[in-house]
Design a protein around this ligand. Structure first.
Ligand code: TYM
Length: 345
């Protein structure tokens, strides 16, 4: 068949680019899965995607080296088990591509102290790690900007808590472009409709976090299925006893959260789930959510258990991934070096 428009045939439109990643700093939570990884899987067919294990970011907080190595590989196995296809997407370990550190240094010189001081994650983490408020913790968003800009990403699928970092990335990229011409694509943050902020099961006005000191607050993708069900069944709700989705009402935060989780796991909406459960008790909702989460995670875990054993396969993926990532990133870095005045040839 001949296409009418020869130009379209000869030059198909450039696929848009996506970059994202998770820190292998602890156990991976249902929040990470729903807010980020699950969303990435759906984007792989329509975008050129690169996903990384962000090990360099983790050392802004002290890590045990052997554990960090283990977790990095576990995270990669989990990405694949969740449906990230290494044939479609670039999958690599951040520290395997030195361009990230190199661009971060340059961008440090184009980022203001005042901008970094406003970051809520920096404020939270420095309060939690008052004995180790290091410079890396402060410039963390600059490394994150480098991650994204190296790949000329059009979109960055993340949870709500990372949007402030995407904003600073856009500001720095815009500032750099204003000085030197169109060097960087200005990326957009991409949020899922429901589930961009999965809440703690124990303190539902806070986000579910792997660094929560109370493990009942989060669901780990690695928890026993019985433990997952138990955590959901003991989730904090309210005393009103009415199943309604009221996203702007903090008093309803626990129920809103359960409805959001259920909606994501059953490809529905929180409003529709609320309608389905209208008139029923919280116990019925919790049982249904527990079942949906366990059944959603079960096949991922089965796949994960297979992949994690195959160290040669994992090594092959991250080696190929790093080669491809370095190729793309170095093109951007070279352009940046030229623009700022470094001798490049
Ligand atoms: P991290 O490792 O804290 O979280 C990984 C992803 O999971 C999302 N997320 C959530 N989404 C919904 N509800 C929650 N409770 C929840 N908790 C976490 C996060 O928003 C994130 O999308 N700085 C990043 C890692 C990073 C990065 C990057 C991401 C480094 N460089 C470049 C994108 C692009 C972080 O600490 O994510």
């Amino acid at each position: 068949m001949e296409l009418e428009n020869k130009e379209v045939q000869a030059r198909p439109e450039r696929k848009k680019k996506i970059f994202s990643g998770v820190q292998p700093s602890g156990t991976i939570t249902l929040g990470n899965y729903i807010g980020a990884i699950r969303n990435w899987v759906k984007l792989q067919d329509d975008y050129d995607c690169a996903f990384a294990m962000m090990d360099m970011h983790t050392i802004t907080v002290r890590q045990t080296p052997a554990e960090l190595r283990r977790r990095t590989l576990e995270l990669m196995a989990l990405y694949i088990a969740c449906g990230i296809d290494p044939k479609k997407s670039i999958l690599f370990i951040q520290s395997h591509n030195s361009a990230h550190a190199e661009l971060a240094w340059i961008l440090n010189c184009y980022t203001y102290m005042g901008e970094l001081q406003r970051m809520t994650q920096f404020k939270d983490k420095s309060a939690r790690h008052a004995d180790n408020i290091n410079a890396g913790l402060f410039t963390y968003p600059v490394l994150m900007a480098a991650d994204i800009l190296l790949y000329q990403a059009d979109a960055v699928p993340v949870g709500k808590d990372q949007m402030q970092h995407i904003e600073i990335c856009r500001d720095v990229a815009g500032r750099f472009n204003a000085l030197y011409g169109n060097v960087f694509t200005i990326p957009e943050g991409l949020l899922v409709k429901s589930g961009a902020k999965i809440a703690s099961l124990q303190e539902p006005t806070k986000k579910m976090s792997k660094s929560d000191s109370n493990p009942k607050g989060y669901i780990s993708m690695m928890d026993d299925f019985g433990v997952i069900a138990k955590k959901i069944k003991s989730a904090v709700t309210d005393s009103e006893g009415v199943i309604e989705y009221r996203p702007d009402d903090d008093a309803k935060a626990g129920v809103n959260n359960l409805l959001s989780i259920m909606a994501v796991m059953t490809d529905s909406t929180p409003e529709r789930v609320a309608a389905d459960f209208a008139g029923q008790g919280y116990g019925a909702l919790k049982s249904a959510v527990a079942e949906a989460v366990v059944e959603g995670i079960r096949p991922i875990r089965a796949e994960y258990d297979k992949i994690i054993k195959d160290k040669a396969y994992l090594k092959d993926i991250y080696t190929t991934g790093a080669e491809r990532a370095c190729g793309i990133a170095n093109r951007t870095l070279k352009k940046v070096y030229k623009k700022v005045g470094f001798v490049t040839d």
